[in-house]
Design a binder for this molecule. Sequence first.
Ligand code: TYD
Length: 205
Amino acid sequence: MGLFIVFEGVEGSGKSTQSRELYRRLQKAELEAVLIREPGGTPTAEYVRDWLIGGHDISPLTELLLFSATRASLVESVIRPALSKGEIVVCDRYIYSTLAYQGYGRGMDMGAIDNLNGIATGGLEPELVVLLDLPPDIGFQRKRGGDPNDRFEREDLAFHQRVHEGYNALAANDPKRWLVLDASLPMESLASAIWDRVLEIQAER
Ligand code: TYD
């Protein structure tokens, strides 16, 4: 069985940079690895992604179901097959984004989200969740105000603060699985801390 690693955090927290860096290190160490992002990673999910991020007239329920649908497609066609070949899967966002954004951010029912997450993934959870913790106002400054066509970046600061608090609550509930790092640290120290934890998990298996 492979190893499943997920990156989470608010906009501008550096998840994409750190997930790419981890993937680079895994390749350098000659470990078979796959790098994916949510929503996306399959042709269907990439198609829906554009609409989910930039579309109009999407209600919170439609949004929740679309994230679940793209996740189901990614788990079935990419994540499970890679894990069963013994590969390491690095995924930029996963079920915790739905709990943080649709649950804490939009205020949708957490129990319903938990159920949908379970259905979409067949209960597949990662061995490690790296949370790049950053106050959302700093994240926005990094993104220089954000993309006006991105439905999430257009949300107000209060929304992103709820998302941020949500992430911290999720991490506090499951401290063994979550590695919480201060995203304002230099890129290289973050990458080393993540790498050390991955090696530690590999050594324990
Ligand atoms: P993306 O451009 O990939 O943002 P980032 O670089 O910050 O990851 O857009 C993904 C957006 O979708 C992001 O704003 C968070 C949101 N999202 C949810 O609201 N729920 C989810 O379940 C997922 C996977 C993403």
